[in-house]
Design a protein around this ligand. Structure first.
Ligand code: GTP
Ligand code: MG
Length: 238
């Protein structure tokens, strides 16, 4: 079986090689892999670094995007390129630990989406401040969308590729981390099965964060409201 791991990068030259190495060490027996790095023309030359380091490894596939920069759009480009029966998506700042990959893949035999969650029992985050902020905002998402999922912003998951491609990409893959609650919401409408496994999210140690707290609160909240409307129209059209 082939798993495609999609890695969106922007200025992650200090993290990406370590991450690829850690991913390779955690691919379980019985699985083949491809690692798709989708870089948005990072000024720190992340794309060139990956391309040159892995020029002899066909399992590492760097993609360079030069227009329409964006986190969710990069993930979409990676998914569209993926040829595995499973797709794993993870951040590249080493917050998402590849040690979860064997568990994710194992459980993906039984569920359409398996999400690595900070908030299910046993899940944690290195940064308490970040944990509390995300936890509180997740309560709002859960109230609003009535989702059973505890971590709607984690963005570390595995999905069955064929099921994933049934989702309305144009209504999901834009903006930033809020794309993940859109994905989960449409997956719920489709009746896909999902489960969370507890995970520990590490703190970034190299490079800088691209997210801005107040901008995020504003854009995520408007995304929540718009999602309700989009999802209603989507249900009607089906
Ligand atoms: N391709 C691409 N990747 C991006 C873009 N913005 C962020 N990323 C990547 O998306 C992941 C998440 O970005 P972060 O800056 O860590 O944002 P965050 O996880 O919300 O914030 P932290 O609390 O700092 O971890 C990282 O792997 C980034 O390199 C973008 O515009 N394009
Ligand atoms: Mg991060």
């Amino acid at each position: 079986m082939l798993v495609s791991i999609v890695l969106p990068t922007f200025n992650e030259s200090g993290n990406i090689l370590t991450l690829i190495q850690e991913i390779k060490e955690n691919i379980p027996d019985g699985w083949d892999h491809e690692i798709i790095v989708v870089d948005d023309n990072s000024p720190d030359k992340t794309y060139e670094l990956v391309k040159n380091t892995y020029s002899n490894d066909p399992k590492v596939v760097p993609i360079l995007r030069t227009t329409d920069r964006g986190f969710a759009k990069s993930i979409r480009a990676g998914i569209e390129k993926a040829s595995g029966s499973r797709v794993i998506v993870m951040d590249t700042d080493l917050t998402h630990d590849p040690v979860e990959i064997p568990k994710l893949l194992h459980i993906s035999k039984y569920y359409d989406i398996v999400s690595a969650s900070r908030f299910s029992a046993g899940g944690r985050m290195q940064s308490i401040r970040h944990y509390l902020a995300s936890y509180s905002y997740n309560l709002l998402i859960r109230l609003f969308l009535r989702t059973q999922v505890q971590d709607n912003l984690g963005g570390y998951y595995v999905m069955d590729k064929e099921k994933l491609c049934r989702l309305p990409f144009d209504l999901i893959f834009f903006g930033y981390g809020e794309y993940y609650f859109r994905l989960l919401h449409f997956a719920q409408i489709e009746g896909f099965t999902m489960v969370e496994i507890p995970a520990f999210y590490r703190s970034r140690t190299s490079g800088t964060s691209k997210s801005r707290f107040f901008r995020m609160i504003f854009s995520y909240t408007s995304a929540l409201i718009k999602l309700k409307l989009d999802a209603k129209n989507y249900r009607k059209e089906k």
